[in-house]
Write a new protein. Structure first.
Length: 352
């Protein structure tokens, strides 16, 4: 079925719903994603921003102030969830200089646009796995009804090691490089790790994201070397648990993947070079793979556009991109639990 014929419950979600009114949504076809069945000619009644009942047929509104919504020729399904986005970002040929010229307000305006695009594409919940911290303010603004967007569970700033994938000073000259620490999300010991998690909690993060291995788009040479010790990862997971936060790890290389799993990380993002041994570990530790297939294809494509990425990024993009899908296939057949996440911002928001 073509996506243009699928209508989410966004008509209601986008509106400022008055709690004094009920909404009667006359639905031609409801897709029950739990049973895999379709149900024809139903009315969804929404009271106080929640579904109160689903009735057979197209029933009339109970009072004059209530609102009827005609969706008789549409498909209705629950909101989609993307477990890996970067709502602040949009990778293009200018991305690598934007951190030197953009203010927080510039990032905020861009993220508001991305959030609305994401919502109108059918995603009513996303997990934001790393930005500047503007993502926390965006989440708050959406929750207050100030701007339109999906529910956001955000990591705030990702946690890295010095020179690691999420070190914000990678590629900077001596004037800007400095010596970032836990406050900036950069750690080099279990003690630093504990402080970095507490900093994220203090800033209002919902989840903790680490970059357990090198990455593709960072201005650094290695895309797959391990970048945390197991002791550092265990310190992060243990502290996150104290604050009731789950953990995610960007990880391409197999050694870093294994350290993350053994250290207690709940979701492995990308998992490009994951071995069968790591897949067995994921099953043993009840971890999930978030394969971000779309991002892999996008970086492979963009690597062939001259000047799109810095020269140091191009060979990594060419190497990593094609491998993500093959690993996903093996992990799925092996029985590893899979969660849906796309890495939106590596490609345009809305194409999730």
């Amino acid at each position: 079925m073509k996506i243009k014929y699928i209508l989410n419950l966004l008509i209601v979600l986008v509106c400022q719903i008055s709690f004094s009114q009920d909404y009667y949504m006359h639905c031609g076809t409801i897709i029950d994603t739990k049973s895999g069945k379709e149900f024809k000619n139903k009315t969804i009644v929404i009271s106080k921003n929640k579904i109160s009942k689903i009735e057979d047929g197209f029933i009339k509104k109970a009072k004059e102030a209530d609102i009827e919504v005609d969706l008789k020729n549409k498909y209705i399904l629950p909101g989609l969830i993307d477990l890996h986005v970067h709502i602040e970002g949009d990778y293009d040929s200018h991305s690598y200089i934007s951190k030197y010229v953009d203010n927080d307000a510039d990032v905020a305006f861009r993220s508001v646009r991305s959030a609305e695009i994401t919502l109108l594409s059918g995603f009513t919940t996303v997990r934001d796995l790393g930005g500047t911290g503007v993502n926390i303010s965006l989440r708050n603004a959406i929750n207050k009804g100030i701007v339109k967007g999906p529910r956001i569970y955000t990591a705030g700033k990702s946690i890295a090691t010095t020179g690691g994938h999420a070190d914000p000073t990678n590629g900077s000259n001596k004037k800007f490089v400095g010596d970032p620490g836990p406050h900036e999300g950069v750690i080099n010991s279990p003690e630093d790790a504990v402080k970095a998690v507490r900093e994220r909690y203090k800033e209002g993060a919902d989840v903790i994201k680490i970059t357990a291995t090198g990455g593709v788009l960072s201005v650094a040479k290695n895309s797959k070397n391990p970048q945390f010790t197991i002791e550092e990862i265990k310190a992060i997971v243990s502290t996150a648990k104290d604050y009731n936060m789950l953990t995610a790890a960007h990880a391409h290389g197999d050694e870093g993947i294994q350290r993350a799993i053994i250290g207690g990380i709940k979701t492995i993002e990308h998992g490009t070079y994951m071995s069968e041994e790591s897949m067995d570990l994921m099953k043993k530790y009840d971890a999930y793979l978030v394969p971000t297939l779309t991002a892999g294809k996008e970086v492979e494509k963009n690597a062939e556009i001259r000047g799109f990425y810095p020269e140091i990024v191009v060979p990594k993009a060419r190497e990593i991109g094609p491998k993500i899908q093959a690993t996903f296939s093996k992990a799925y057949k092996k029985g590893v639990k899979i969660a849906f996440g796309t890495d939106a911002s590596v490609f345009p928001h809305g194409n999730n």
